[in-house]
Design a protein around this ligand. Sequence first.
Ligand SMILES: Nc1ncnc2c1ncn2[C@@H]1O[C@H](COP(=O)(O)OP(=O)(O)O)[C@@H](O)[C@H]1O
Ligand SMILES: CCCC(=O)OP(=O)(O)O
Length: 360
Amino acid sequence: MEVVFMAQVLVINPGSTTTKLAVFRNNEKIASENVTHSATILNDIHTLVSQIDFRLKILTGFLEKNDVDAKELDAVAAIGGLLKPIEGGVYQINDAMVHDLSSGKYGKHASNLGGLMAYELAKNYDIPAFIADPSVTDELTQVARFSGKKEIERRSTFHALNQKAVARRILNQKGRVYEQSNVIVAHMGGGITVGAHHLGKVIDVTNGLDGEGAFTPGRSGSLPLLPFAHYIQSHQLTENEVMEEIVGKAGFVSYLGTSDAQEIEKRITAGDEEAKLCYDAMIYQIAKEIGSQAVVLKGQVEVIILTGGLAHSDYLVEHIKPLISFLGDIEVYPGEIEMEALNDYAQAALKDSGIIRLYE
Ligand SMILES: Nc1ncnc2c1ncn2[C@@H]1O[C@H](COP(=O)(O)OP(=O)(O)O)[C@@H](O)[C@H]1O
Ligand SMILES: CCCC(=O)OP(=O)(O)O
């Protein structure tokens, strides 16, 4: 009789205001929770890294509540944070990675906590901890790296895990193979990134944190440089404050005072013209970015995929389609499948250690 190995994997995905947790047995999700943290609690915990204990306590509570014995776990997988630029794939969390995530050497983002929490837990139970397709996944071509100013190189920071996982899933459904296809993926949530996927590599993509691409519910996207330089100077902003202006205090938040697209849609339905114009402007900018990536792919676009929380919006989908449909077929995949993708990677790594990459 064949003995089937049932691998149990804990998946950790911390966001700026949430911690998503799940336990999988092989491909079956046996427990999951999306814990929302109030801004008050997080503001009281001053630095990102000092949130680890708070979030680990939530994790322990989640395991207890769902009768999951941590000793029975075979691996932990977490969303990768801001690391040095690396190729996509699955990486075992090591000391070098922990150093870069905790020091914030490559930037501070809630996702940094994922790798740190996974490492801490895995160490206690002597099991491997992985990250996969982190947001710093860098497969840009050399021409895509030019910013226009020698001292400043464009960086690849995007929703790599979800973009690749959704592209794989949609292509599988079409009987196609990701590594043999050309697709454009627009991940549209609190952050928006649009990537050109060419034969399994994201050869160009808008950076989600550097102020590129379309504006989003809370982010500026690209800004006219001279007026922004003047704004920085007249408000005497520090580098951290500049970051907050670009990521957090911009987009819908700055025009309409909320990052909640559903709330804005209610205003539109109630006849709010200002809300409609702003929503339409964001849709217009996303469409322009999709057009740019179609050029990157020389017009050979098998499918354009719309994903992320905003892809739930009928308003957005119906208004973007007429702008981009001439470029190719459109598929809508609302939400994200990051937890499933991390489990898939961890299960694959447990079966074949040859696929595990080394972070140096
Ligand atoms: N059903 C929906 N209709 C319209 N907008 C939605 C819907 N669900 C979520 N959103 C919007 O998507 C954005 C958040 O995207 P999401 O991908 O869930 O967040 P995050 O990027 O923080 O993970 C918010 O502006 C939210 O209002
Ligand atoms: C870190 C780059 C991807 C990104 O913008 O993620 P969020 O939208 O989840 O902040």
